[in-house]
Each structure stands twice: as C-alpha cells, then as structure tokens.
Design a protein around this ligand. Structure first.
Ligand SMILES: Nc1nc2c(ncn2[C@@H]2O[C@H](COP(=O)(O)OP(=O)(O)OP(=O)(O)O)[C@@H](O)[C@H]2O)c(=O)[nH]1
Length: 351
C-alpha cells in the first residue's frame, strides 16, 4: 500500500519537474539572444574602428568595412529583436544604407563612424535586456526548483510516516492474528484433553485413530471395578486421585508408544501399535501385573481385594469406518469380563 503511494508520488513529481527542466533549457536558449547582439555590436565596433583609422580608404578596407556591416546586419536581423526592441528596424536601415553609401563614397568616414553609434547603442540595450531576462529566468528556475525540493522532501516525509503507520498497523494485525491462532489452538488442545487426568478424551482418541490410518493398532479399554464403592467409602476427591494415579500407572506400564484416553467416569482407553494378537495379550498381562505391583487399596471392594480392573482388548487396522466396530468389540469383551466377576481381561479376535 505504502509502496503504491510512493510510486504515485514519484510519477507525479517526475511529471511536474519535467516541464521545469524544459523551461530551463528553453530559457538558456534565450541566452543566444544576448550573444548575437554582442557579436553584432563587435562587428559594428570593428567597422567603426576601421572608419576612424586609415585615411583615405583602400578598396580592400572598404570591402572589409562592408563585410563587418553585413555581418552585424545579419546578426541583428532577428525576429525576436524586431518584435521586442523598437530600435532594431531603424538600426538595420542605418547599417544597410551606410554600407551602400560607403561603397559609393557619398559619406565621410567620420560621419559614417558617428552614424554607427545609434545601432551600437541599440545593440547594447538589447544585450542588457537579454542579460536581465537570463537573470530572471535563472532566478525563476532556482525558485521553482527550491519549491519542488520542498514538496519532494515533505512528500517523502509523509510517505515515510505513512509507511511506518502501515507497518505498525500491519504488525499489530499480524500479532492479533497470531494470538487468535494460538488461542484457537490452545482451546482445541484443551477441548481434546481430560482436565482431571491431563490425558486425551474420546474425541482425541478418534482423531488419533484417523492420524494413524493404515497401521495395525491395539485398542485396550480399561474400567475400574466397583469405583462407585471406592468413591462412597473414600470420598470423591480420593476417587479423583485414584483416576489420576491410574492414568499415570497405565502410562508407566504400557510405555511411551501408548497414547491414553479417559472416555468418561472410570473408563480409560489405550492405543498402541500392534502387529499380532499375541502382542495384544502381552499388553493386557503387563497391565494386570503392573496394577498388582502398584498395590492400590480399595477398602470397599466386595471381594476384599485392592483396586482391580476389567479390561477388553482388540486389534484392528486403523480406518475411520473400522474403528466403531473395533470399539464395540473391545467394549463387549470388557462387559464379558465384568459379567464373569471382574478383575481380568479378554482379547476379542473379531477386530
Ligand atoms: N471421583 C470421581 N468419580 C467419578 C467421576 N466420574 C464418574 N465418577 C463415578 O464413577 C462411578 C462409576 O460407577 P459405575 O458406572 O457403577 O461403575 P462401578 O462402580 O465401577 O461398577 P462396575 O464398573 O460395574 O464395577 C460413579 O459412582 C460416578 O459417580 C469423576 O470424575 N471423579
């Protein structure tokens, strides 16, 4: 935007200054007006000196005087002089007539020399006038150049200020957009997390399955047995603590390659790479033995055990359409474990 403004001003200024440059050269063209008059006067004064010099004249001298007069006539016979200086026409007449009279010998040299004073005076006035015009042209040019310099300077300052302003506005807009993107990402991140345990939620699980499309995965569903009784006997905060503790236990037991999710209440899910069903059984064994090793107390367990888990697992190829079936199979397996008395796992082979 500011660049466009800069270009517009440069083009505008170039258009503006160009006629001034033209004017300068056309004014300097008028300088030749002064030079013509000076040369013309030089020829007249040369003729005048010759007229007042040798007496009587030789034929060559007369010829030279006439050539000087003709040259002076030619340089004075300029349209601009005729238009602007009233003494031009009479002076030309005088020079012309004098050349004839000198040729015919009808004028004395002294008279001829004095008759040339009028044209010389005329030429001197033309020179002075042309000199004044030149001065005025130079003054006008330098004044307009100074004005243009001022305009260019002020324009540059305005463009610089505008550029700065646009830059600041652009930067602010950029910061705002970055902040909004960060907030959106943070919000999306939060929306995918279970606030209690810090692991992913059900949406995150589905997204992860889609992200791993084409790979072979193990889905392990884990549910705490008699968690209601645990809550009732230990209190809700202790129940929360058990949920957090279990999340960290699952992580420790299954390792870094597992991603964990809390699906709601006391139900968790783990997603791991899994090439064969026997590996699936290994994962479940690791879970049950890890839990036993942790020896978590459950004062209200109906079977007088510590905290126990019911686990249902399935292996499946990660595809969006295959996931609901796999989930359902793992859930059914978990339900069968619950029905069979809890504290165990079942691997479904229908994934
Ligand atoms: N402390 C705590 N309790 C929760 C939370 N969410 C759900 N619950 C409790 O978890 C319990 C789940 O009860 P049930 O679905 O009957 O499960 P259960 O008691 O483990 O019974 P089984 O699964 O059949 O062994 C309920 O009492 C819920 O109030 C939570 O975020 N924190």
């Amino acid at each position: 935007m500011s660049f466009m403004a800069l270009m517009v001003v440069i083009v505008y200024e170039a258009r503006w200054v160009y006629p001034e440059i033209q004017a300068y050269f056309s004014q300097t063209g008028n300088l030749t007006g002064q030079q013509l008059a000076t040369r013309s006067r030089g020829y007249l004064q040369g003729a005048q000196q010759q007229l007042l010099g040798e007496q009587p004249f030789e034929a060559d001298s007369i010829q030279t005087i006439r050539i000087n007069l003709d040259l002076a006539y030619g340089l004075l016979d300029v349209e601009v002089y005729r238009q602007n200086y009233s003494c031009t026409a009479p002076s030309l007449q005088t020079i012309n007539a004098l050349s004839d009279r000198i040729y015919r010998g009808t004028v004395t040299s002294v008279d001829a020399a004095s008759e040339l004073l009028e044209p010389i005076d005329c030429l001197t006035r033309i020179e002075m006038s042309q000199l004044d015009l030149r001065g005025m042209a130079i003054n006008a040019f330098s004044e307009s150049t100074r004005r243009h310099n001022q305009v260019v300077t002020y324009s540059s300052m305005v463009i610089f200020a505008l550029g700065l302003l646009f830059w600041v506005m652009h930067e602010r807009q950029l910061r705002r957009a970055e902040r909004a993107t960060e907030q959106t990402l943070a919000w999306m991140e939060r929306a995918m997390r279970d606030p209690l345990t810090g692991i992913g939620n059900r949406s995150a699980l589905q997204q992860e399955v889609m992200a791993k499309e084409g790979t072979s995965l193990a889905l392990i569903l884990v549910d705490i047995d008699f968690f209601k009784q645990y809550n009732d006997s230990m209190g809700h905060p202790e129940g929360d603590q058990l949920l957090r503790c279990l999340a960290s236990l699952l992580k420790d037991v299954l390792g870094e390659q597992a991603t964990l999710y809390r699906l709601g209440g006391d139900e968790f899910a783990a997603l791991l790479p899994c090439q064969n069903d026997s590996l699936l059984g290994d994962y479940c064994d690791r879970l049950t033995s890890g839990l036993r090793g942790a020896d978590l107390q459950h004062p209200a367990h109906p079977d007088n055990k510590g905290v126990t888990l019911s686990i249902g697992a399935v292996r499946f190829d990660a595809r969006e359409d295959a996931f609901p079936l796999a989930y359902s199979e793992a859930d059914k397996a978990l339900y069968r474990v619950k029905s069979a008395g809890r504290d165990g796992y079942e691997v479904s082979l229908k994934g």
